[in-house]
Design a protein around this ligand. Sequence first.
Ligand code: SAM
Length: 237
Amino acid sequence: MEYEDKDLLDLYAVKDEEHRYTMFDPIRGYLGDLDGKAILDIGCGSGALANELSKSAARVVGVDSSEGWIRRCTNTYDRENLSFIGARADDLGVFADGFFDIVVMNMVMPNIYDSAEVGRIFKEIRRVVRKSGDVVFSDLHPVCIMAGHEGNRRQVFPDGFSYFKDGARFTAIVKVRDDKEIAFSDSHWSLGFYSDVLRENDIRIMKIIESKYPENAPEKFFRYSFPEYIIFCCRAA
Ligand SMILES: C[S@@+](CC[C@H](N)C(=O)[O-])C[C@H]1O[C@@H](n2cnc3c(N)ncnc32)[C@H](O)[C@@H]1O
């Protein structure tokens, strides 16, 4: 999905606020001390996570396939150690092997529909991160996808959709304001698929975080009875 539409861009700011609690803070907490670290943020979108990480890291580069997002990030942020480049996740040729200490890729997987492309993406991630570097990425939690309808989100499945069909498309309808819903055409990847693609690319899962609003999160955020997101915290072998 191209995030060029102004209405959509503004509404996406609402998601950024939610994601702070459900993903950005947990990712930041897992990564710990960022002093001296070079970080790549793949599919950086609005750049909110890249900006946050750049406050403690030596250098952060955000890449995105959408020129609109890259333009917006470049115009929004002005930090010497933070830059943005247009690039696709499966072709990171602008970066040398082992250049980064950490690669993060937050919520890009629902935008990828082809398993061969997923393989190329993780091959590139493993190439650009140094040995023993951190690889952290997230997706919609499959429990959330299968849950159907709760709070401000519901999933609509086409005929023939199955948990076991990797890359299968479904529609996630998210209410961002009382009067506004956005329909995302997302893909679904099974946990077994992730375990295979990570093993094939020498990336080991160290921890899984299942998102949950912390007690201090504003009450306006609906407390789901399931984890909306799953965060894979991995190490490059
Ligand atoms: C749901 S948004 C997440 C944005 C951001 N990471 C965040 O956490 O808010 C997905 C982003 O991935 C980008 N994207 C989708 N496919 C991509 C690809 N193949 N390579 C690079 N970026 C991609 C989209 O343009 C979009 O900015």
